[in-house]
Write a protein that binds this ligand. Structure first.
Ligand code: ADP
Ligand code: MG
Length: 743
């Protein structure tokens, strides 16, 4: 008899806490699955993926070489959605939670409000209409009578509950009008003396069209046929105090009834610890191998520059901070090596990353190599173009500009300059990645706000110079600080430099939370500020979906505020404007001609107008933490005390309230990022999901720091002294997918 799948989700004593298992929810897994499918599909036919690792060239594949060929294409498709591409992967498709079907309770003794399993004989089954259509069965065991009711049911269920059938039903017993009853219980019809299972029943993350029963069967088959032998050296296993891999996965798929259910559900059980450790280890190994592979690639090295950077530094109207000097030194020494740099330059908004990038660029340029500077938005790219031109043109360095919105002729001209080597530094948006843009001799690629470029790693591959064996050095910049755990895991293959000091003379931004009802006060404040010669931003989110989401459009706000402030020059900038209009609006604001700039979040990154000291953010409750922090970073850049007012509209959700509280209480970008990680999980913060870095399914960076640290140490050790273990471990955990990691 089939189980009624829909009821699998009824609660059990073991269920509690499982919903907090972040990485394990079915939607999450399904999403992860589709991601992986995409990643793999990008390079190869997914049908042939199975078996890639172990038998890449054999056509005939059977179960023992890890293929899923014994299943139907439809089944394979569904499994792929769960991230299962090889037979081996099934072993690591671990339960979300468990149900206890190992014991029976007598009807008369069943406590109410708790999941129990009762066994009895069907004495009566009827479809009744009181008050609505329902299937009711009366079941009797040695102690009493139980009614079970279904409001939605299939004829097959009615048939299965024929009088005289022996059934086991699972659910909560309640006292109804006619005595003990269960609503929509899960039930199973028994053949003669079906024994009670001797293990808890696993409940797996699944997807439409794939039943728990099918998954359980696949798992059982995998556990008996797949090679579960150890990937770790025995001595190491001992010192870590872990059980063998085989024992671990057997326990997790079929826990004995006396297992500590709580620790299993909380994923703190030693078996879970082993699995999480293995997962983190695989990640560390792949990152480390990638790092090593990269360090073997050769590229041009640029000797320590002398002339150009010195001249630039002398021309600056400020002194570099100690932190800027320190990171510059790190970058310079990388550029002096014959291996491609891959360095992430981190620094809070306003910490002065751009000048560091410019100094680095000069090192390549002085050696006769070209530099590409790439930014995620037109506005930011344009600002960079202005800055780099201002700094470098006086030194005789040709700077040019390339964006998707340029007219064909200008574009062709810019491309021609890059190809011919007339221009030494090209600033642009992702138009820079386009096929035709082949640099004569690209030596350094600088990518600002790198996390905005989801697939930057793969894109970067195309940014080769014409001499295509040479990979350019890469400097990535980000104002989204990476908390230590993320840096240690997802960014373990990058070298990181941190600017941990703001330029002097900055005054911290004061953040205020104001309910939208008090808008008038805010308007008065803007009026006063502008009257004193200050400038202000007014940020409106989400212009396009505004109708649906009832957000004010930037255009409405613009018109409204223009009417409100007839004697001010009010500007408008939003994502749908043409590049030229956008540039004109930004220039007017930059030059101080415009006092109040109404903007969508296009100004989120990189805009730099030091005289602006007031910012109003509308519907702040709808924005993400890092977005708010970035926006707020646009002010507080001059000596003037700056104020950021977050307008919110009631009612707001718990989550939104928490976000506003965090941004209100913290001005330190690292702390904001840490809290963001806590609220959203790592994938979304870094766009890592798209970047090809393996996501973690089981380990949780927030709680598993100790395991992560151990995995890092062990990874170094294994690569040194047990390469065959490394290979086996990666094959088990990443299968063919490690090929798709960034190279
Ligand atoms: P971010 O790190 O957010 O990209 P920017 O590079 O845009 O920051 O720098 C912010 C502002 O600080 C710019 O106006 C820049 O010219 C200025 N700046 C950078 N370094 C210094 C410094 N050492 N002293 C004073 N001002 C600086
Ligand atoms: Mg910047």
């Amino acid at each position: 008899m089939q189980r009624t799948r829909r009821k699998v989700a009824t609660s059990s004593p073991l269920k509690r806490g499982s919903s907090t298992g972040r990485s394990g929810s079915p939607t999450k897994s399904a999403r992860a699955g589709s991601r992986q499918k995409k990643t793999v599909g990008a390079g190869r036919q997914s049908d042939t993926d199975a078996g890639l690792v172990e038998a890449p060239d054999t056509e005939a594949v059977n179960a023992s070489d890890s293929s899923l060929a014994f299943t139907t294409p439809r089944m394979r498709d569904r499994l792929a959605r769960l991230g299962i591409f090889r037979f081996d992967d099934i072993v690591l498709h671990l339960p979300l939670r468990y149900e206890d079907e190992t014991t029976l309770t007598l009807v008369s003794e069943a406590p109410s409000g708790v999941n129990v399993q009762v066994e009895g004989v069907v004495a009566e089954t009827d479809v009744k209409f009181r008050p609505r259509r329902q299937l009711v069965s009366r079941i009797e065991d040695d102690s009493g009578t139980l009614h079970i009711r279904f409001f939605n049911f299939y004829p097959s269920q009615q048939k299965a509950l024929a009088v005289g059938s022996r059934v086991r039903v699972m659910g909560e017993i309640r006292q109804g009008l006619f005595g003990a009853e269960m609503i929509h219980p899960r039930f199973r019809v028994l053949r003669a003396d079906t024994p009670l299972p001797d293990a808890l029943t696993p409940v797996y993350p699944t997807t439409a069209g794939l039943s728990q029963d099918s998954l359980r069967k696949l798992v059982a088959r995998a556990l008996s046929e797949i090679d579960l032998s150890e990937t770790l050296p025995e001595k190491l296993l001992h010192s870590l105090g872990h059980d063998s891999f085989a024992a671990t996965v057997r326990l997790l798929h079929h826990p004995p009834p006396d297992v500590d259910g709580t620790s299993l559900e909380n994923r703190l059980h030693p078996a879970w610890q082993r699995v999480k450790f293995d997962e983190l280890l695989a990640q560390q190994l792949s990152m480390r191998l990638h790092h090593e592979r990269r360090s073997r690639i050769r590229t041009h090295s640029f000797p320590m520059p002398t002339r150009l950077p010195q001249r630039l530094e002398r021309a600056l109207e400020f002194e570099l901070t100690g932190a800027q000097r320190r990171v510059l030194k790190e970058i310079r020494s990388d550029l002096g090596r014959a291996h491609p740099m891959q360095r992430l330059l981190q620094g809070d908004v306003g910490s002065g990353k751009t000048i560091v990038a410019a100094m680095a660029a000069l090192q390549a340029i002085e050696s006769g190599f070209q530099v590409a500077v790439m930014a995620p938005t037109e506005i930011l790219a344009e600002q960079h173009y202005a800055k780099f031109s201002q700094w470098l043109e006086p030194l005789g360095v040709n700077v040019s500009w390339l964006s998707g919105s340029l007219k064909r002729k200008q574009r062709d001209a810019a491309i021609e300059q890059a190809v011919s080597g007339d221009t030494m530094l090209v600033v642009g948006t992702h138009a820079l990645f386009q096929e035709q843009v082949v640099f004569r001799n690209l030596g350094l690629a600088i990518i600002d706000e790198q996390h905005r470029f989801g697939v930057h790693q793969r894109l970067m591959l195309r940014m080769k110079g014409s001499d295509s064996d040479q990979q350019p050095h890469q400097l990535m910049m980000s104002a989204t600080p990476i908390p230590r755990t993320l840096a240690m895991s997802f960014y373990a293959d990058l070298d990181v430099s941190v600017i941990d000091e703001l330029p002097p003379g900055r005054t911290p931004v004061v953040t205020k939370l104001v309910a939208d009802a008090r808008r008038d006060e805010v308007i008065a404040r803007v009026r006063n500020a502008c009257a004193e010669g200050k400038q202000a931003y007014w940020v409106c989110p989400l212009i396009e979906e505004s109708e649906v989401l009832q957000l004010q459009t930037a255009i409405d706000t613009f018109e409204h505020l223009q009417a409100e402030f007839p004697d001010l020059n009010v500007g408008l900038v939003h994502g749908r404007m043409r590049a030229q209009e956008k540039a004109a609006a930004m220039n007017a604001f930059q030059s101080g001609q415009c006092q109040l700039l109404i903007a969508t979040t296009v100004i989120e990154v990189g805009v730099d107008v030091p005289n602006a000291s007031l910012m109003i953010i509308e519907n702040a409750e709808r924005m993400g933490l890092s977005q708010l922090h970035q926006l707020r970073g646009r002010i507080g850049r001059g000596a003037e005390a700056s104020v950021c007012i977050l307008l919110y509209q009631m009612p707001i959700s718990e989550m939104a309230r928490e976000r506003l509280k965090i941004i209100y209480e913290n001005s330190d970008g690292f702390e904001v990022a840490r809290q963001d990680l806590r609220l959203r999980g790592p994938g979304e913060i870094l766009g890592a999901r798209q970047s090809g870095v393996p996501m973690l399914r089981f380990a949780d960076l927030e709680t598993d720091l100790a395991l992560l640290e151990k995995a890092r140490d062990v990874a170094a050790d294994l690569i040194q002294s047990h390469p065959q273990c490394v290979e086996k471990h990666l094959s088990r955990w990443l299968g063919g997918r490690q090929d798709y990691l960034r190279v």
